[in-house]
Design a protein around this ligand. Structure first.
Ligand code: PLP
Length: 392
């Protein structure tokens, strides 16, 4: 049965009708290659350049600092590998956190394994927060990159990016080799201030499909004069940093999606999301014993809940909810395909059993109070049933 109620917006969001509308002509009349100099090409290029301006407006940067990619995983890869390739430091050091998305963690691990960089991981506290002083402790003469995500995809914890940005700016005043600061802002864009100068970041990744835009398109903001080299070759597109014919329809869609993030309508929708999220949490904690919220209760995305239920398997609860027509997730969408417990929950200090017994519920602008009530009504019975059949 296809789920009817969708509470998995951290995995992906439905495309907004207004976004789809601006994309459609790029599959029709406006099909030209944006690199072609004739009218067809220039019409398509007009669309991608408007999108670049929309993103630049949102981030408070120059359009030439916006690099379109095929998603945030690619943007993260470009940020990390590109800085290492561009660095003059012999075996440079990267600092990142233990709770990053795999698009950061796996790249760092691969570079370390190949001997191209060393990597140090900042631990998070029990609420999933990176402490600025812990980042500072790890910095050495060889540090070329600090990459800390803005908001976590599993537990919604919001990191002190502007404070880390300030620290790095200060340290850079006295250093020979600059430390670049990157943030994966994929989950933050819908809800938090992403103006790059206020955050003090040199690079920022974001993704179209988490903001009611299309899949397979993302952005890496790269501050002017950053020493970064491409990691893919074969084309001059995107200021020489990302080759390949631009996915103009998706880029135009991302531009519109990001413009809508800043609308008055969206800010009203976000308030409603937070209210529903709070009601949902209260309803779950009131009706289900031995349930515990993971992550910071306050420094947290307004649409996110991540809850551990004692003595159950999260996967089973997720599947039973799906049968009841409600889609949620266990941990991140990518991790939920594996039987490994979430690296994020383990990093908070949760025991394997508790990490296995957790659900991520992420709300979006299409959700209603009635849907929240339905989840509050259905979940206690499911958890009770699973606990009855759990091995004692
Ligand atoms: N970074 C974070 C924090 C994410 O949540 C995701 C998606 O799950 C990604 C990166 C990858 O984004 P994309 O699907 O556009 O490659």
């Amino acid at each position: 049965m296809v789920s009817k109620i969708y509470f998995d917006h951290a995995a992906t969001t439905p495309v907004d009708g207004a976004v789809l509308k601006v994309m459609l002509p790029y599959f029709g009349d406006k099909f030209g290659n944006p690199s072609s100099l004739h009218g067809f090409g220039q019409e398509a290029a007009g669309g991608t350049e408007t999108a670049r301006e929309q993103v630049a407006q949102f981030l408070g940067c120059q359009p030439a600092e916006v690099i379109f990619t095929a998603g945030a995983s690619e943007a993260d890869n470009l940020a990390i590998q590109g800085i290492v390739r561009g660095s003059k430091v012999d075996c440079p050091q990267i600092i990142t956190s233990t709770i990053e998305h795999p698009a950061i963690l796996e790249v760092c691990r691969a570079l370390a394994k190949e001997g191209k960089a060393t990597v140090d991981f900042v631990k998070v506290n029990r609420l999933g927060l990176v402490e600025v002083k812990e980042v500072e402790k790890l910095i050495t003469d060889k540090t070329v990159l600090v990459s800390i995500m803005y908001a976590n995809n599993e537990i919604g914890t919001i990191q002190p990016i502007a404070e880390i940005g300030k620290l790095i700016k200060q340290l850079n005043l006295k250093r020979q080799n600059k430390i670049y600061f990157h943030t994966d802002a994929v989950q933050a864009v819908n809800y938090l201030n992403c103006r790059v100068d206020e955050l003090g970041v040199d690079m920022l990744s974001l993704s179209g499909h988490k903001i009611y835009g299309p899949k397979g398109v993302g952005v890496l903001f790269v501050r002017a004069k950053t020493l970064i080299k491409p990691i893919q070759f074969g084309g001059h597109q995107e200021y020489g940093l990302r080759p390949g014919t631009e996915n103009s329809a998706a880029i135009v869609g991302l531009g519109k999606a990001i413009e809508l993030v800043n609308s008055a309508k969206r800010s009203a929708e976000n308030k409603k999301i937070k209210k529903m999220r709070d009601e949902l949490l209260a309803g779950i904690l009131k009706n289900i014993p031995d349930a515990k919220l993971n992550g910071d209760p306050v420094k947290r995305l307004p649409n996110n809940l991540n809850i551990s239920f004692k003595n159950i398997e999260g996967e089973s609860a997720m599947l039973m909810l799906d049968l009841a027509g409600i889609a949620v997730s266990t941990g991140s969408a990518c991790a939920s395909g594996s039987l490994e417990p979430s690296h994020v929950l383990l990093a908070l200090g949760l025991k394997h059993l508790d990490a296995h017994g957790s659900l991520r519920i992420s709300l979006g602008k299409g959700n209603t109070a009635t849907e929240v009530k339905k989840l509050v009504a259905v979940l206690p019975g499911i958890i009770k049933k699973l606990r009855q059949i759990a091995p004692k």
